[in-house]
Ligand binder design. Structure first.
Ligand code: G3H
Ligand code: ZN
Length: 289
């Protein structure tokens, strides 16, 4: 059932586990996430990015998630979150519709512009009774990895600086902090290394729930240590996409005559559910509904 994100995160912090924030853009992904949460009796956060919202429509997607959560997922806590919002306009739309959490990602701006925009977003969120996630440091994607490999940028220059994080939290009034501690958006097994001492320091200096972006592709031990060091939310997108894609290819190769979209997609839904359940087990949120 849909709840405010604060219920889920406050309980996770008190219980020393993390909650997965899975991205969705359609019915099949949403079904997989909610079925995984129900099967594991786990809380879960369902995130919609700006591009997911553009794919359908913000109200359509919000209502789809709410409906699945309040029917199939009625016995588990589920929160809806805007992921990587880049404008106050998107944030306002989501708050108006009823999101309990929105992410103002102004991390590409300079420090003072990031503070200003994140502070405005926090004020907006709070007038709607919602939580604001803000981001400090750069979390790369595939293109960034290319620059990193060629030496045009250095990972250490992109990471969240603990002292700056303290100031950022105080000046923005954020509720959750997205940190850059070595992960990359996408699954780059073996190439992502979480800077655990940095994470510990950020936790000490901010005392806020911390969010790990780019969560796909890490070994189980890295997640567990990150949770010990203050991570309360782990964002997962690529792991479910990979599960979807692999199952789809296998199914189509095996049964080329299939034309019913439900039969074409059913193995992908199952594969995403299995992957989501694996993440829930590792993050420790099983049986915490
Ligand atoms: O905001 C979403 C994520 O940070 C997902 O990252 O694709 O590496 O799992 P991922
Ligand atoms: Zn992210």
């Amino acid at each position: 059932m849909i709840v405010h994100i604060k219920q889920i995160i406050n309980k996770a912090r008190a219980g020393n586990y993390a909650v997965a924030a899975f991205n969705t853009s359609n019915l099949e992904i949403t079904l997989a996430i909610v079925r995984a949460a129900v099967n594991k009796k786990s809380p879960v956060i369902i995130s919609t990015s700006e591009s997911a919202i553009e794919y359908s429509n913000v109200l359509t997607l919000f209502q789809l998630i709410s409906n699945v959560a309040n029917t199939i997922g009625k016995r588990v806590p589920i929160a809806i979150h805007l992921d990587h919002g880049h404008s106050l306009q998107t944030i306002k739309e989501c708050l108006h519709i009823g999101y309990s959490s929105v992410h103002m990602d102004a991390s590409e701006k300079d420090f003072s512009a990031n503070i200003k925009l994140s502070h405005q977003a926090a004020q907006l969120a709070h007038t709607h009774g919602a939580w604001l996630q803000a981001e400090l440091g750069s979390i790369l994607g595939k293109e960034g990895l290319v620059k990193l490999k060629s030496g045009r940028i250095k990972m250490k220059d992109l990471l969240t600086r603990p002292e700056q994080a303290r100031e950022f939290v105080a000046k923005t009034g954020l509720d959750t902090l997205a940190v850059s501690v070595g992960t990359i958006h996408g699954a780059f097994r073996g190439r992502e290394k979480v800077d655990q001492p940095r994470l510990r320091k950020i936790r000490e200096l901010t005392n806020k729930p911390l969010v790990l972006h780019g969560g796909s592709g890490l070994p189980a031990a890295a997640y567990c240590l990150a949770i010990k060091n203050g991570i309360s939310v782990i964002n997962i997108d690529t792991n479910l996409r990979l599960a979807f894609h692999q199952a789809l290819l296998k199914n189509l190769v095996k049964s080329r005559e299939l034309i019913d979209p439900r039969k074409i997609l059913a193995p992908s839904v199952q594969a995403m559910q299995k992957e989501a359940e694996k993440m829930i087990d590792i993050f420790g949120s099983k049986n915490k509904a």
